[in-house]
Design a protein around this ligand. Structure first.
Ligand code: ADP
Ligand code: MG
Length: 635
């Protein structure tokens, strides 16, 4: 916690210093014009950060936040507008509103109440959506706000200019809001709440599987972003003094998005850098756009030059750097010399592992009762029935398409079972919301690795650790222990996507382990590993099983490995559970042999086919090459 706070504070200072410096330089050297530019920059920055809090962390582009700017502008403007002008320009205002005359700050506060009200109302349905569906919904919201403003002539003068707003905002009023917005955005981003949303941006399914309530966090960031946008709208209104609904529409939306995308949507430093760059670019191009007279050379007016320039800048940057100029890490996270001010990131703090990743308390088994799953007519799994006791390793085997991944998805709630029950300690977990299943004691990994690729190794695991953190606990401690457990202690600061394949598999296990689960479901954890890596992994699994008395369910194609590691083996074939029992029993089960060999050998007298087939099974032949497997969507 200490480290997080200190890093965040350093980040805020590093990001704000250039803004403050620019303001001071402008005030000293370029009073008037320069000051106005920095003031406008500060206002835009608040808006860009507002969009960024939602879009950057959730990964959903928002076109709607300019709608909140409009609400902030009009609502605050109605409360501060010059009463003499109001009498003539807005004669049909209700009396109570016409009588109200507030200074800027109270008007801002009142406007924000309206913004929050609308944001909550709209946020509930929008938070249910992801990806482009959510983006389109935000666009719909922007259009609705625009139409309502144009239609509410009694309050807004319709599409005519709304004027007479006192120009209460200058550089020194706007600047503190910009710094405040930087702080809010950075604190949110660095908090575990923001981290959870960033994890869902990287992989929504994996985030849910480590206990993230994606909808809730999308909603929170939507409302928080709306508040910043509302502040920016009110500031802008009191900076320019007169505006109309079209000033808060597509043009502004695209300019603010350009600022965000150019710098990099996911970082606060990116928002600051992108806003500054676009402002400089726009100021320069505007000069050219209206034609230039440089003595002998005079340039003609070029219509649309500014928009073309901004568009080109985005194209060039995206072509070279898809994550924007600043990438996915904050500026200060890259500056090595700043590391000195933060704690040693590698050291696991005091305490033995047992004190942190506490062993399970209850003794109840994980019961899988008649679990079936049908995909639009296709029976992928039928009546799976077995138990996993704590400290026990169950092998789950079967040919491709047998339903192994479907079983794991059903147990973990990622693909809820069509029928059947899953119980831990007698408690039904299949009916829980998906994000509550991991917290109830069930961790899992995926057949095709699902990491939060643009988060660091430590952050990947902290997401899980914070889902089960107890009061006063630092989730980073639990995360470091889980990482040490799988031998990734030295990689904490690396991006997960940059790890080697084997390390990525181990990171997925560490992430699941940080949930302090009682049961761990591993879908082909050794797929794609070389024999040495596989051997290593088996030691890790054996150790965590005995140290934490974990119940493990392991899908694996290497039968030799399964026979060595497992206490019990469950065999699936074409969705049917065809055998369950001790490895030796299962190995000699005719049904299993048939499933693997594919045909029943004719019983020739004097030649019992069983031992032969069993021998070929136990020879450790890998039945499918993992690389040849078709990868299911949720594997
Ligand atoms: P395994 O992991 O044993 O190789 P799966 O559980 O991935 O097998 O697949 C079992 C069957 O269910 C396959 O026929 C597969 O095509 C089907 N299946 C799996 N996931 C889906 C899905 N999301 N939608 C439709 N069919 C699916
Ligand atoms: Mg599978």
């Amino acid at each position: 916690m200490v480290r997080a706070r200190r890093e965040t504070v350093i980040g805020i200072v590093v990001t704000s210093l250039p803004i403050v410096a620019a303001a001071i330089i402008a005030a000293l050297l370029f009073p008037g014009g320069g000051e106005r530019i920095i003031a406008l920059f500060s206002i835009y920055l608040v808006a860009v950060l507002g969009i960024g809090i939602y879009a950057g962390n959730s990964g959903i582009v928002s076109f709607g936040h300019v709608g909140f700017m409009a609400i902030g502008a009009y609502a605050s403007g109605l409360l501060t507008i010059n009463p003499v002008i109001q009498k003539t320009s807005l004669p049909h205002l209700p009396q109570w509103l016409a009588d109200m005359q507030l200074p800027f700050i109270p008007a801002l506060a009142a406007a924000l109440l309206v913004v929050v009200f609308v944001a909550v109302l709209i946020g509930i349905p929008i938070a249910r959506l992801g990806g482009s569906a959510a983006s389109i919904a935000t666009l719909g919201f922007l259009i609705i706000v625009h139409v309502v403003l144009v239609a509410s002539t009694n309050f807004t003068r319709g599409s005519q200019t709304f004027f007479g707003i006192p120009r209460a905002v200058g550089l020194w009023m706007a600047l503190p809001f910009a710094i405040g917005a930087v702080a809010v955005a950075r604190i949110y981003r660095d908090s575990t709440v923001g981290l959870k949303l960033r994890a869902s941006r990287e992989d929504e399914i994996a985030a849910t599987a480590v206990g993230v309530n994606v909808r809730l966090h999308r909603f929170v960031s939507w409302v928080l972003g709306a508040v910043l946008a509302g502040v920016a709208g009110a500031l802008l209104a009191h900076f320019i003094g007169a505006f109309s609904p079209k000033d808060f529409y597509f043009n502004l939306t695209f300019m603010l998005l350009a600022m965000l995308i150019l710098g990099g949507v996911t970082t606060v430093s990116g928002a600051v850098g992108g806003t500054a760059l676009i402002m400089v670019l726009v100021e320069m191009l505007r000069k050219f756009e209206s034609g230039l007279d440089l003595g002998p050379i005079s340039l003609p007016t070029v219509f649309g030059l500014t928009d073309i320039g901004v568009g080109l800048a985005i194209l060039v940057v995206m072509y070279r750097l898809k994550d924007g100029l600043f990438g996915v890490r904050e500026l200060d996270e890259r500056l090595k010399f700043l590391r000195r001010f933060t704690e040693n990131p590698n050291g696991v703090r005091s305490g033995s592992p047992e004190t942190h990743i506490s062993p399970p308390t209850g003794d109840g088994a994980l019961r899988i009762e008649n679990v079936s799953k049908t995909f639009s007519g296709l029976v992928a799994l039928e009546n799976a029935n077995f138990n996993i006791e704590p400290g026990m390793v169950i092998g789950l085997i079967g040919p491709n398409g047998a339903g192994k991944s479907t079983l794991i998805n059903s147990i973990s709630g990622i693909v809820p079972p069509s029928t059947g029950r899953v119980l831990i300690d007698g408690r039904e977990i299949a009916s829980l919301p998906t994000h509550a299943v991991p917290v109830a004691g069930l961790g899992r990994t995926f057949q095709n690795i699902r990491l939060f690729r643009n988060l660091t190794v430590l952050e990947n695991v902290v997401v899980a650790a914070s889902a089960v953190r107890r009061h006063g606990e630092d989730p980073r401690d639990g995360a470091r222990l889980a990482l040490a457990e799988v031998g990734l202690g030295e990689y904490v600061d690396q991006l997960a996507g940059e790890l080697s394949y084997g390390a990525q598999r181990r990171l997925e296990i560490a992430r699941a382990l940080a949930l302090k689960p009682r049961y761990l479901l591993l879908d082909e954890p050794a797929a794609g590993m070389n024999p040495a890596e596989t051997e290593d992994l088996m030691h890790v699994l054996d150790r965590i099983r005995s140290r934490y008395r974990l119940g493990l369910l392991v899908v694996e194609h290497d039968l030799k490995l399964i026979m060595r590691l497992c206490d019990k083996v469950v065999v699936l074939n074409k969705g049917q559970q065809i055998a369950v029992g001790a490895p030796a029993e299962v190995q000699s089960d005719p049904a299993v042999i048939e499933a693997y060999v594919g045909r029943r050998r004719p019983a020739v007298s004097g030649l019992d086919p069983r031992p032969k087939n069993a021998a070929s099974l136990s020879a450790g032949r890998s039945l499918q090459h993992p690389a040849l497997k078709p990868e299911g969507d949720l594997g």
